[in-house]
Write a protein that binds this ligand. Structure first.
Ligand code: FES
Ligand SMILES: [Fe+2]
Length: 379
């Protein structure tokens, strides 16, 4: 490991941020794979994505692939997405409906519970027991009605990792249990996953970076915007601004919403569950690494079942996909380019005596979590 990938205690004490190579170095990325992503919880979807027997969702975790599916017994289970015959990838689509999982190579067929049901020509073997060749299970947990997987059998349960987080979410998102997917949009972003995360967890850039951010700041009482580190989870929450009568270009009259606050719950390492003010959707915002300098940004939008989407909400989703999202993504991309510069090594956190709505204290908190995960000995 080069000296440039060392974040010294002295630098940290002096308020210097995580060094630039952490955002592009191949070896750091490999360490993150092993020590962060193969050990942490990944948000796959909402529990209602698995309402029917045979609902299957595929989740990629870097080079690993997992399928999560609901069987006839009502259980939601996760498995490595690989055939136990010669290792063929089983499922290639993000969402599907299945009666069983049949491998496209030699037609081994697995039940929705992962058990091997059929394997052509294995009757010619004398000592072949199907019971020994089922799909390899992966841990699945439901937290705040969202479904998570973890490749680490010893990982701490999500609720233990984020004590109090579900209660926070329920305060602001009354329809958490009865959400259904409206749409999911995957956007490739030429930036390290942490660059995207940093941008979303500071309000410093809100009034400087672009017109759409100022629109958002107009909807909230920005002075009351609070960013709070809470261990392996964090929140950033803005109270409503008084006297708002329209949002995202649409009058509020007659509309329903989850909350009039701007609510965000971050879960280590890369998932955010949130609601924009006056919008009747719960959003998920997931930064999925695809390489040291590339990510997929997955935007999920879930609305309360049986309630028509108000025009304000439709406008909000459009605004996120077409306005706010792209404004931030442009920053992510230009930030990533700059991090490669020979003229930059690391920066100073802007954190005063008392952290406030424009401080970068949540960025520092996140950097510390990342650093601690891959360099526990330095902590
Ligand atoms: S690899 Fe799946 S059946 Fe042969
Ligand atoms: Fe932003």
């Amino acid at each position: 490991m080069g000296a440039d990938t060392v974040w010294s205690a002295a630098d940290q004490a002096a308020g210097y941020s995580l060094p630039a190579p952490f955002f592009y170095d191949e070896s750091i990325y490999r360490e993150e794979r092993e020590k962060i992503f193969l050990k942490s919880w990944h948000l796959v979807g909402h529990i209602n994505d698995f309402r029917e027997t045979g609902d299957v969702v595929m989740e990629s975790i870097l080079d690993q692939s997992v399928i999560v599916m609901r069987a006839a017994d009502g259980q939601i289970r996760g498995f490595h997405n690989v055939c136990q015959h010669r290792g063929n990838r089983l499922v290639e689509t993000r969402r599907s409906k299945a009666r069983a999982i049949t491998c496209g190579y030699h037609a081994w067929t697995y039940g929705l519970d992962g058990a091997l049901r059929g394997a052509p020509r294995t009757e010619c073997l004398t000592n072949f027991d199907k019971a020994n060749h089922g799909l390899k299970p992966v841990r699945v947990e439901v937290f705040a009605s969202f479904v998570f997987v973890n490749l680490d059998a010893d990982a701490q349960p999500v609720a233990e990792m984020a004590p109090g987080a579900e209660a926070q979410a329920r305060r602001f998102l009354p329809d958490l249990d009865r959400l259904v997917l409206i749409e999911e949009v995957d956007v490739p972003v030429a930036a390290n996953w942490k660059v995207i995360q940093e941008n979303s967890i500071e309000g410093y850039h809100f009034t400087y970076s672009g017109p759409v951010h100022r629109e958002l700041a107009q909807l909230i009482d920005f002075d009351g915007y609070e960013l709070t580190p809470r261990g392996d989870w964090w929140t950033y929450i803005g109270p409503p601004r008084k006297g708002v009568t329209e949002a995202y270009g649409v009058p509020l009259e007659g509309a329903t919403w989850q909350t009039d606050w701007f609510f965000n719950l971050g879960l280590w390492p890369n998932a955010t569950i949130y609601a924009f003010p006056y919008s009747d959707v719960v959003g998920t915002f997931i930064m999925i690494p695809t390489g040291p300098e590339t990510s997929i940004l997955r935007f999920g939008y879930y609305g309360p079942e049986g309630r028509a989407l108000p025009d304000v909400t439709k406008a909000c989703i459009r605004w996120m996909n077409q306005d706010l999202g792209p404004e931030d993504i442009q920053l992510n991309i230009s930030n990533q380019k700059g991090l490669r510069s020979m003229g930059f090594s690391h920066g100073r956190y802007i954190i005063g005596e008392t952290p406030d709505n424009r401080s970068e204290h949540l960025v520092r908190h996140f950097h510390r979590l990342c650093h601690q995960a891959i360099r526990p000995e330095a902590a």
